[in-house]
Design a protein around this ligand. Sequence first.
Ligand SMILES: Nc1ncnc2c1ncn2[C@@H]1O[C@H](COP(=O)(O)OP(=O)(O)OP(=O)(O)O)[C@@H](O)[C@H]1O
Ligand SMILES: [Mg+2]
Length: 350
Amino acid sequence: METDVELRDVTKKFETVTAVDDVSFEVRKGEFFSLLGPSGCGKTTTLRMIAGFEEPTVGEIYVAGQPMRGVPAFKRPTNLVFQSLALFPHLDVFGNIAFALRIKKLPEAEIRKRVGDTLAVVELVGLERRKIRQLSGGQQQRVAIARALVNEPKVLLLDEPLGPLDLKLRIEMQKQLKRIQHEVKTTFIYVTHDQNEAMMMSDTIAVMNYGRIEQIGTPEEIYENPLTSFVARFVGQSNMIEGEYSDGFVVAQGLNIMVPVQQQLKSEVTLFVKSEKIAIARRLEQLDNIFETEVNEVRYNGPYTEYRVVLNRFFLNIVTPNLKGKEIFKVSDKVLVGWNKEDCIVMSKD
Ligand SMILES: Nc1ncnc2c1ncn2[C@@H]1O[C@H](COP(=O)(O)OP(=O)(O)OP(=O)(O)O)[C@@H](O)[C@H]1O
Ligand SMILES: [Mg+2]
């Protein structure tokens, strides 16, 4: 597959702050690529460098094979959708989307055609004459995307565009964005601090922390096989247990936990087990690790129940689907909890 965007050893310093620290990645043509990481990790700065609003202090950015150094934002084949959306409140929907085409002095007939086609893609046909303040959050967000798409950029850059929306609308817009991307086949680089959002939409996720890339992979790779303790902590909901490794076991607070045999481990390790990989029941068999315990907290939330149980001196969080006929336990119920060694991720303590 053709590479559409490439960052090679890119660093960005603002005086004393290193916002982006030696970052390299490639985005393929037509890919939905996400930058995922906590606040301040350098996502926006990375996006702004690709868009041409900042130049790297060190390193090179290529878009469609061309080096971008010195190329101003408006001459790049990219378009950025800002977190704030930055729509023009005095223009209607049509005026907002047509704005850039009018600046380019395209013939009015072509403007009408392109705005009309884009309105269809974002499903806003019929709202052309509405003012921005007469739109819902999700509709405004689609106007912002339409305004970028109408320029037919090679690469669409989106900086947390769903930020202000409530959860239900966010999920709806995630589906819409994915559909739009499928339809227009444009390369998307999407910035978010929300791991669910990144997983729902992306072909590839780059996890960032302190200006660096921690891991790049498919959503499943990032979720199931985190390579650093940061990724293990940041993605999914994991239990963290500190202990000593030897010979396929981690000993922690008097418990012996069977884990995969690993050669390179130091003796001091952190073990991660995702909450949904742990079974909880009155009776359990055929799991590598089974412990007797007592329910300490119950949080029922419809499709799932979250439990907290005490094992010796630490707590385990367990998320379990409320399948038909399955018992929902109460505080103080005596239960067994268990999981397989393959569901343990063990890393040397850093
Ligand atoms: N113009 C600037 N001058 C000085 N420091 C900056 C500038 N822009 C960003 N920074 C710093 O660089 C770091 C990365 O900022 P950036 O905006 O890229 O983070 P982010 O991952 O987008 O965070 P958020 O999720 O909060 O939007 C932060 O420490 C920030 O304070
Ligand atoms: Mg940001």
